[in-house]
Design a protein around this ligand. Structure first.
Ligand SMILES: [Zn+2]
Ligand SMILES: [Zn+2]
Length: 92
């Protein structure tokens, strides 16, 4: 007797990992400050990529009328709409 059973207990302590190098910290704020001091360049380039992707998506999907700002899903619809504009000008 006297044999101690050692159970491995996983403590429920939150762990936060740096998404760039995998560094582990117990607080999210520590990771945030680590990223700011070590991975500022990576963060900036990620943001730029995301912004450019968003712009490209919008540009390819939206066909916006320059006259009134109405957007159409298909360029053909925008064309038709623009024709109605040129008609309107004569009527109004
Ligand atoms: Zn890191
Ligand atoms: Zn229009």
């Amino acid at each position: 007797m006297g044999e101690e059973k050692r159970e491995v207990i996983f403590r429920d302590t939150r762990r936060y990992y740096c998404e760039f190098c995998g560094l582990c910290r117990s607080k999210k704020s520590l990771i945030a400050s680590h990223i700011q001091s070590h991975h500022q360049d990576e963060m900036d380039s990620l943001k730029d990529e995301a912004n450019e992707n968003a712009k490209r998506k919008e540009g390819s999907k939206m066909n916006v009328c320059e006259e009134c700002g109405v957007s159409f899903q298909k360029p053909a619809h925008l064309k038709q709409h623009m024709q109605s504009h040129s008609l309107e000008i004569e009527v109004v």
